[in-house]
Structures are given as structure tokens and as C-alpha cells.
Design a protein around this ligand. Structure first.
Ligand code: ADP
Ligand code: AMP
Length: 217
């Protein structure tokens, strides 16, 4: 069971579930948001270009994203397969991915749509804290680390609030999701089918539902 695409609004739980499924199934978790934040940390040309878009809650231009994602995807396919988290986010990205996969004989096993409510999303993202070293994700009340304020994966490392997890930016990201990303679901529904999973359910239940949909025991 390889090559999964996770869709859904920011805060639906894509990253949380992708890490769990990647561990359980031995897949490579590819988060385009993490790739961009790592590029910003390393002050690469790509990172500099992306930062202002991300801070506003806007999408980074398609050409930059498509160039960025294909090589890591190929590497993941050569290993064990991927879970794509945060890509594609526009119809142009979805079509570029379709074409590349067709040309290279790469098959997608499942497209999973985690859906969620706007107000829950605002609460989740305002309380989200991330480990700047491992990218591990927590929530101050719903999914707290063992030691408040500090990472589990990297002991002693203080957790941070992402620059774009402020309410006005979160609301902009939700608008951008509705406008640019939702139409991709129609594209996938027509082409291959999409598995819908309720992202409001507890983390363990969501994992189980995804596993069941993949018929993995
Ligand atoms: P996404 O990758 O879709 O943006 P995350 O996986 O980073 O979302 O989750 C956003 C926030 O919500 C995090 O703080 C995470 O701990 C929390 N979270 C994720 N899934 C659930 C869930 N099913 N129930 C409650 N909180 C959750
Ligand atoms: P995420 O970590 O998935 O919440 O993404 C954080 C931000 O990174 C988004 O708000 C966008 O600015 C940018 N980003 C991540 N993935 C993409 C993508 N596929 N296309 C365009 N921008 C992206």
C-alpha cells in the first residue's frame, strides 16, 4: 500500500495523520509546508521567495511548487512510496502531478479527504505548537507534549507557534483553500474517487478509519 495523497483544509489533521500512517506503513511523509519551512530556515533562494506568500496565508506560485516537489516524490517512490501532505493545492498542481505520474508510471493508491469545520480549525491552529527541529506537531490542550512547552522528539527544544498560525492569517488560508484547493476534489472525484474521513473525530479514530479504508490490518 503506497502513494497516498492527503487533502483537506489547514488544521484538518493531515500532518498528524501522515506521520502516523507513514510510520505504520513504512511510507515517506512529504509535507510541502515542511519543505518550504526548512528552506526558509536554511535561507535558500526558494525559502526567501516563499516566505512572504506563506506569512500572508497565500499560496506559493505553482511553478515553484511543481519544481520543488517532483524530485522528493521520485525519491520516495524509489524507496517505499509517499504520503503527500499539502500538495497539490491548485488545479494546475494536480494536473502537473497527473501528467508526471502518467509519464513516469507512478500510481496513486488512494486520495484521502480529511474534512473539518472552520471554527474548530481556528481553535486547533491557534493552539498548535511545533517542534522547530523535528517538525513534530502538538496542541496545547488537545495533544500536549510530555513537558509543557517542550518537544518530545527533541528533548530541551522549545516548541514554537508558526508565523501563519495567527487568527487573521488562518482565516485567509481558509479562503485560499476554498477558492483554490476545493476544486481539486471534484477533479479527483471524477477521475478516480476520493475517500472522505471526518477530521473532527479523535486522532486515533481518524487513523483507524484511514487504515480501514486502505484495508490495512
Ligand atoms: P494540518 O497538517 O492538516 O494543517 P495538523 O496535523 O498540523 O493539521 O493539526 C492541526 C492541529 O490540530 C495540531 O495542533 C494537532 O495537534 C491538532 N489535531 C490534529 N488532529 C486532531 C484531532 N483529530 N482532534 C483534535 N486535534 C487534532
Ligand atoms: P502547510 O504547512 O501545509 O499548512 O503550508 C503552509 C504554507 O506553505 C501554505 O499556507 C502556503 O503558503 C505554502 N504551501 C505549502 N504547500 C503548498 C502548495 N502545494 N502550493 C502552494 N503553497 C504551498
Amino acid at each position: 500500500m503506497g502513494n497516498l495523497i492527503f487533502m483537506g483544509p489547514p488544521g484538518a489533521g493531515k500532518g498528524t495523520q501522515a506521520v502516523r500512517l507513514a510510520n505504520a506503513l513504512g511510507l515517506v511523509h512529504l509535507s510541502t509546508g515542511d519543505l518550504l519551512r526548512n528552506a526558509i530556515k536554511e535561507k535558500t533562494e526558494l525559502g526567501m521567495k516563499a516566505k512572504s506568500f506563506m506569512d500572508r496565508g497565500d499560496l506559493v506560485p505553482d511553478s515553484v511548487m511543481i519544481d520543488m516537489v517532483m524530485e522528493p516524490v521520485r525519491q520516495a517512490v524509489a524507496q517505499s512510496g509517499f504520503i503527500l501532505d499539502g500538495f497539490p493545492r491548485t488545479l494546475a498542481q494536480a494536473k502537473a502531478l497527473d501528467k508526471a505520474f502518467l509519464d513516469e508510471g507512478i500510481e496513486v493508491s488512494s486520495v484521502i479527504h480529511l474534512h473539518c469545520d472552520d471554527e474548530v480549525i481556528v481553535k486547533r491552529l491557534s493552539g498548535r505548537r511545533v517542534c522547530p527541529v523535528s517538525n513534530q506537531v502538538f496542541h496545547i490542550t488537545d495533544n500536549p507534549p510530555k513537558v509543557a512547552g517542550f518537544s518530545d522528539a527533541a528533548p530541551g527544544v522549545a516548541l514554537v507557534l508558526r508565523d501563519d498560525d495567527q487568527e487573521h492569517v488562518i482565516r485567509r488560508r481558509l479562503e485560499v483553500y476554498r477558492e483554490n484547493t476545493l476544486p481539486i476534489l471534484e477533479h479527483y472525484r471524477g477521475a478516480r474517487g476520493v475517500v472522505a474521513v471526518d477530521g473532527l473525530l479523535p486522532v486515533d479514530t481518524v487513523t483507524e478509519l484511514i487504515m480501514n479504508s486502505l484495508q490495512v490490518k
